[in-house]
Ligand binder design. Structure first.
Ligand code: PXL
Length: 279
């Protein structure tokens, strides 16, 4: 696949900020973001929101970082290092969401922001307090360039059960009404064996990304990888449809290269970029 232009040796790469949680199993969260950014030649700054205690079987618990410390990480890196895009993943609580949104506004940031409204792990373990949904909708969504919920998150955020193309459109409209510039309704959990259509909406036009379903149970970190690749492409100046198209190709390759790990679900793998693809 065509990749992002790599920085000249010794020169400063494009930079993004990921605001997300740590996965002790190394599959999803910050660890997935860092793998994707590194293999795309993008430097990722990090604001850690939570430390999860998990393995490939499930999330046992998590410890939230104090909201002030999340805000301070963002305020420390942005003016010093400079970023061209950002993404959010696991935000854990309403207080952390409010701290992120206030800091974003205080710093006067205008770079593209991808909000992946992570609510639960693939095992169904909660990663976001249910009381935090309102903060997500009212504080963070209006600042987002793009929101990227899966169908479970769509149900929580706008109460729509996406089962077909029509309900996917209704969901995209309802999400867009919450204030992001673009909404991407990911179809990965739709009941099709061959396709995994994502729908992108900017308030006027619908853009479909058909996508080929990759049959694997090792898809831990797929959503994080998609959002990190999208932010990386936006940092390179791609527009939103181009960035989503790029990220969709990237995550498809990562799914093809996913590997088994532990006793549960293995991670998608950006290591295909090193030639470590399917055997
Ligand atoms: O894939 C969503 C996700 C994001 N962030 C963290 C996670 C997970 C899923 O388990 O653990 C920290």
């Amino acid at each position: 696949m065509d990749l992002l232009p790599l920085p000249a040796p010794g020169s400063t790469p494009a930079r993004i900020l990921t605001i997300a949680g740590s996965d002790s199993g190394g599959g999803a969260g910050i660890q997935a973001d860092l793998r994707t950014c590194a293999l795309l030649g993008v430097h990722a700054c990090v604001a850690v929101t939570a430390v999860t205690v998990q393995n490939t079987v499930g999330v046992k618990s998590f410890h939230e970082v104090p909201p002030d410390t999340v805000a301070a990480q963002i305020a420390a890196v942005v003016p010093d290092i400079g970023i061209q895009a950002a993404k959010t993943g696991m935000l854990a609580s309403a207080q952390i969401i409010t701290a992120v949104a206030s800091t974003w506004r205080e710093l006067g940031l205008t770079v593209p922001l991808v909000v992946d409204p992570v609510s639960a792990s693939m095992h169904g373990d909660a990663l976001l307090a249910s009381s935090a949904l309102d903060a997500l909708r009212t504080d963070l969504f209006p600042l987002a360039t793009l929101v990227t919920p899966n169908l479970h998150e769509v149900r929580l955020l706008v109460g729509i059960d996406v089962v077909d193309a029509e309900s996917q459109r209704a969901a995209a409209r309802a999400l867009h009404d919450l204030g992001p510039r673009w909404a991407l309704v990911k179809g990965g959990h739709l009941p099709s064996e061959q396709h995994s259509p994502d729908l992108l909406y900017d308030g006027t036009d619908f853009l479909e990304f058909p996508g080929q379903r990759v049959p694997t149970a090792d898809d831990h970190g797929a959503g994080d990888t998609l959002a990190a690749a999208t932010a990386s492409a936006l940092a390179h100046g791609f527009d939103v449809p181009e960035a989503v198209a790029f990220a969709k190709r990237w995550v498809t390759e990562c799914l093809r290269a996913a590997y088994p790990l532990g006793h549960g679900h293995g991670p998608v793998s950006a290591l295909f970029r090193l030639g470590l693809g399917p055997a």
